[in-house]
Design a protein around this ligand. Sequence first.
Ligand code: FRU
Length: 494
Amino acid sequence: MTSDTLKKAREYEERVSAYIMDAERPAFHLSPRVGWMNDPNGFSFYKGEYHLFYQYHPYSTKWGPMHWGHAVSRDLLRWRYLPAALAPDEAYDNAGCFSGSALELDDGRQLIMYTGVQEHLSHDGVRRDLQTQCLAVGDGLEYEKYGANPVLDGKDLPEGFSRQDFRDPKLFRKPDGTFGCVVGCRTEDKSGSVLLFESDDGFDWHFVTVLDRCYNEYGKMWECPDFFTLGDKQILAVSPQDMSAVGLEFHNGNCTMFLIGEYDETAHTFDRQNVQAVDYGLDFYAPQTLLTPDGRRVVVGWMQNWDTCVSGPEDKWFGQMSLPRELSYRDGRVIQNPVRELDALHGRRVSYSDIPVQEELTLRGVYGRTIDMTVTVRPRSECGYTNFRMKVAAGSQHYTSITYTPLTSTLRVSRDHSGTNRDFVHVRECFVRDRGGEIKLRVVLDRFSAEIFVNDGEQAVTLTFTTPLSADGISFQSQGKTVINVEKYDITPQ
Ligand code: FRU
């Protein structure tokens, strides 16, 4: 039965989305059907299509009582909206249906697990909402909340773990067919942890272990965990809140990290061996992964940053997802590259080889705001060069710059001149591997975003901007002499 709250959201999104022009949205990144979007939810393959749900407040471009928006795609790039899937319409989720995940049950139904947030006034009169894990079961279009919700609540938590910060369940199937799920939780020292729960049938759950804990080392609460195998490693992905910068690896505020290690099935222990940022740009949070039918681990993130969410009074949508990215494990690091499906959207190709660069130059045919472009840079002489700068989304007043400095092996992105009129963070810098002055930058632009994949995916650097679409220029410049190869494809989704 569709509740009145869900019906109202569906009618609203149907009516108001008709006024949003496709040309005003990203072309191959998912944006909300209308209103506000944050985290990816329920990223899964089901009945021959990819499903991507999202944290959704249809009624404004600001965060509000959370619904789940819903879209499907056959190639992870061209999305078709379906009606909103969940609304906060039960006592146990009256303050929102927070993030969660989805997978297919043996009987062919799709199981969603999400965090139900219930309004709660503490004894001292302060509102401290309670968070529990809830289920909904559906057919890919309509979802019914489970009668015995919530399936995990405060009673299932070990001593000292928070009932107010207990959220974002990520489901997975174990090799023996039973179910596992990781959930973020706050511990008595106020910092984050990831709890592991298991179930034989997906409905009846029990606590297994604390997989890893923050101990106030990496931010505070760990949101949106994910747990999966990559190569011969186990990866625990977390999104810490209130992080303090650590060198150029992690930045302040909301961060994303891959904890790389090994999991002992019998002892239920996770041995964390390495820690790596997921993205080194400005706008990337709360990533979630799925396994494609052909065995690829693909991650998608919310292409935003909680501290810089600003929308104008005229805006009809806010927020977008990153490109889905294929993950692999190489030399101790998680590598990310755009899903190979992107190649099928390649249109007109322009390429140049061995172009000497010094003064700022443009290349005929190299422009655009929906493009996939690879630029390889190398020094033109043994003296090397001081820096190499590329401008994208450039017009007479605007540009976003990408600058590589070989001496310090740093890559810097700046949207200071992208047309923003807000004084928040617009610049980010990261270390890249020193390759004797050579660097390979794959830059994917989709109208209001740039995603940069460095040296075949060793790093991903993501940022959004609101630059007018008429600013579609690209230029190259170096202090000192460089030589570049450029291969650019227009992306033309049908
Ligand atoms: C992460 C997050 C989640 C929560 C959701 C609420 O961005 O804070 O922890 O479930 O957003 O919209």
